[in-house]
Design a binder for this molecule. Structure first.
Ligand SMILES: *Cc1c(COP(=O)(O)O)cnc(C)c1O
Length: 351
């Protein structure tokens, strides 16, 4: 079996999706499954839909288009909306997250041309400082949106713990709930979705007795990697090893631990520093930074990653007896998973 490859255990992903759906459902919260980290992979999407989740969310319209072209029957939500892509957004996404009125107007324009209504969820800024309308501007935006004939406001949402690392705690969630209530009262409309966040909302959910108006979360990482994302703690009952990267030993030799000669820059412009530990067993793996974010890999054997260049990972093989042709398995964090799934050089193998 050829390497480098990523092995994808569909049964474990399905288990995680089902378990999270039931867990969050126990307090009335429905979930969207976010497929961006797996690049809108149709096989994975299919198994998630079979697990009972009905709405798939992705940040990229090309991924949504790929899923539709593969015949995946679901509702699709776009997580990040780009003005110049408005026509495709209306054509391929049922719902999109938005925070700029000029983009919403463009969506409305194309929706009117297509004789449809595009559904939108307005994102509210609550302190993480990525996307979102400032709470003081929400009412103005809602009143502008309700004037537009091509779009329908179906919800509000917020996104935390992505850029600023801000925790979605009880006070943030209460704030979002109060904004939702206020919009419903003031504009006499019903918001179908009050979307409180992402995989980082787990602690809040477990500790709160009252979820308020929050009735939706958008989950990516916790479905795929089985953890929450404030501290990357495993969620009880979930698999954290649905994905495994498999690399192959292409050189195995006893060599010095200290490079010898005049020291200049390495392949990436850094001047490396090493400690002399005498002779060690060094192996090279046939996978590198052009394939995967090597800093996000954890070997499943007792070996140390010394570094990586575009096409190689350099390893201290320690007491292992790894030989040329042997396979080495790694667990992946979110960044490593994102890069491996995006890389055309990594073979995707389904189990
Ligand atoms: C990526 C993304 C998510 C999913 O985040 P996870 O941490 O993977 O659960 C949710 N919402 C938005 C807006 C996103 O961009």
């Amino acid at each position: 079996m050829i390497t480098p490859r990523i092995e994808i255990n569909l049964r474990k992903i399905a288990h995680n999706a089902k378990t999270l759906k039931n867990l969050y459902g126990s307090k009335g919260i429905d979930i969207f499954s976010v497929t961006k980290v797996v690049c809108g992979n149709p096989k994975i999407a299919e198994i998630i839909l079979k697990s009972g989740i009905h709405i798939l969310a992705d940040s990229r319209i090309v991924n949504i288009k790929k899923l539709r072209d593969a015949g995946i029957q679901a509702q699709f939500l776009l997580l990040r909306t780009i003005h110049s892509q408005a026509k495709d957004v209306v054509n391929y996404a049922d719902i999109s997250l938005n925070s700029e009125i000029s983009i919403i107007k463009e969506l409305s324009k194309f929706a009117i041309k297509q004789n449809t209504k595009h559904k939108i969820i307005l994102m509210v800024e609550l302190g993480d400082l990525r996307e979102g309308i400032m709470p003081s501007d929400i009412e103005t935006t809602v009143s502008e949106v309700t004037e537009l004939k091509g779009v329908e406001l179906i919800g509000i949402g917020t996104n935390l713990a992505c850029f600023g690392g801000i925790k979605p705690n009880a006070s943030k969630m209460k704030h979002l709930s109060s904004i939702a209530k206020n919009i419903e009262d003031k504009f006499k409309l019903k918001l179908e979705f009050v979307s409180g966040g992402n995989s980082a909302n787990y602690d809040w959910f477990m500790s709160t007795k009252d979820v308020g108006e929050i009735n939706n979360l958008r989950l990516g990482e916790s479905i795929f990697l089985g953890c929450e994302t404030l501290e990357r703690k495993p969620i009880p009952g979930l698999f954290t090893d649905a994905f495994t990267l498999i690399a192959e030993v292409i050189e195995s030799k006893i060599k010095p631990s200290l490079p010898y000669g005049d020291v200049y820059q390495d392949a990436f412009g850094n001047t490396p520093k090493f400690i002399d530990r005498g002779l060690i067993k060094r192996i090279l793996l046939g996978v590198g930074l052009q394939d995967v974010l090597v800093s996000g890999l954890t070997p499943m054997l007792d070996i140390d990653i010394l570094g990586a260049s575009s096409d190689h990972i350099i390893v201290d093989a320690k007491q292992t007896d790894l030989k040329v042709g042997n396979f080495v398995k790694f667990k992946l964090n979110y960044g490593a998973l994102l890069s491996a799934m995006t890389s055309p050089y990594i073979i995707k193998k389904y189990k």
